[in-house]
Design a protein around this ligand. Structure first.
Ligand code: PMV
Length: 319
């Protein structure tokens, strides 16, 4: 039995984070420069049912049985055993590594789940299809951040730009694959501030409960902007997309999820020639994105470093 490897990309939310949790549409793209990887290797000397779990990036080396039941890794591996109906798998080790920054708005948790589900289900001889991969990842995402919209598991599973609209509490079939008329360049800058999505999502929920009229209006305005952005993407209207990113950032600031560090990076990107810039993901830290003319990518990345970014990535988005 050979070892099986699977990878999954990071992601960036182009438009609509937070409002998407409340039923508004959002747009997300895969970021293929960073990846989570899972390798499942047989352990013929161990008894059937033995599963070792190694995540050297976080110093973890345990067996499945030793992991707490509510640990996301335990849930994802247990979920595969359940869906494939193989309670006693051949003995194996699942090794997980990732170059996606953790708690930075790039979807590291969902990418790790997708990579494990793909590699482990194939190892078991029952490779899951995309919708199953996405649904199981969604279940695990609930452990990470309570009330996920489902956008992360979807864009990372399908690895293509998506227009996502949550229509129910189910994860499946809530998106369309976007036709991007013209490839465009994003510079992604890491503020270096770790910000778990569960916290910002919880804070927005609290603020929405206290001031629902104000927040509902912000969410609806975000949704309208996302619909407009979809048209601009499908027409290849890059400059309009940039303006819409700036408008989305203004709404996110009103929701209270930006931060001084993010504002500084966003400002620096705009001054260095970006068409537009905004935070991406949960906010308060993590990453921001800037839409740039191809020729300005280096200059914008440089400006982001000067303004305090701890790392930058340049990625080209296409259909
Ligand atoms: O921080 P991330 O990459 O997990 O993105 C979260 C996006 C939110 O809209 C804030 C939450 C969600 O589940 O959609």
């Amino acid at each position: 039995m050979p070892a099986i490897t699977a990878t999954a990309p990071g992601k960036a939310i182009l438009f609509g984070e937070h409002a998407v949790v409340y039923g508004q549409p959002a747009i997300a793209v895969p970021v293929t420069q960073v990846k989570a990887r899972a390798i499942v290797s047989p352990q013929p000397d161990r008894p059937r049912g033995w599963v070792g779990v190694q995540a050297p990036d976080i110093g973890l080396e345990k067996t499945l049985l030793d992991l707490p039941e509510d640990d996301p890794l335990s849930r994802v591996i247990g979920g595969v055993l359940e869906v494939t109906a193989i309670p006693q798998p051949p003995a194996c080790t699942i090794r997980i590594t990732s170059t996606i920054p953790i708690a930075a708005g790039l979807g590291s948790g969902a990418a790790i789940s997708v990579a494990i589900i793909r590699a482990f289900s194939e190892f078991l001889g029952r490779p899951l299809h995309d919708e199953q991969v996405s649904n199981l990842t969604f279940e695990v995402e609930k452990l990470h951040h309570g009330t996920p919209s489902g956008i992360d598991n979807t864009v990372i599973t399908y690895e293509t730009p998506i227009y996502f609209a949550k229509t129910s509490t189910d994860a499946g079939n809530q998106f369309v694959i976007l036709k991007v008329a013209r490839p465009f360049t994003l510079v992604i800058g890491d503020s270096g501030v770790s910000s778990p999505t569960a916290l910002t999502v919880g804070d927005v929920r609290q603020a929405w409960l206290e001031n629902s009229e104000f927040f509902e209006e912000l969410f609806v305005r975000t949704g309208d902007l996302v619909k407009h952005a979809r048209q601009a993407l499908e027409k290849g209207d890059i400059q309009v997309l940039g303006q819409l990113m700036d408008e989305n950032q203004a709404l996110l600031e009103k929701m209270g999820v930006s931060s001084a560090e993010l504002d500084r990076l966003i400002q620096a990107a705009r001054q260095a020639g970006a068409y537009g810039a905004k935070l991406s993901g949960g906010g308060r830290g993590g990453n921001m994105i800037a839409l740039v003319p191809d020729s300005a990518a280096g200059e914008v990345a440089e400006a982001l470093f000067t303004a305090g970014a701890t790392s930058t990535l340049v990625t080209i988005i296409r259909s």
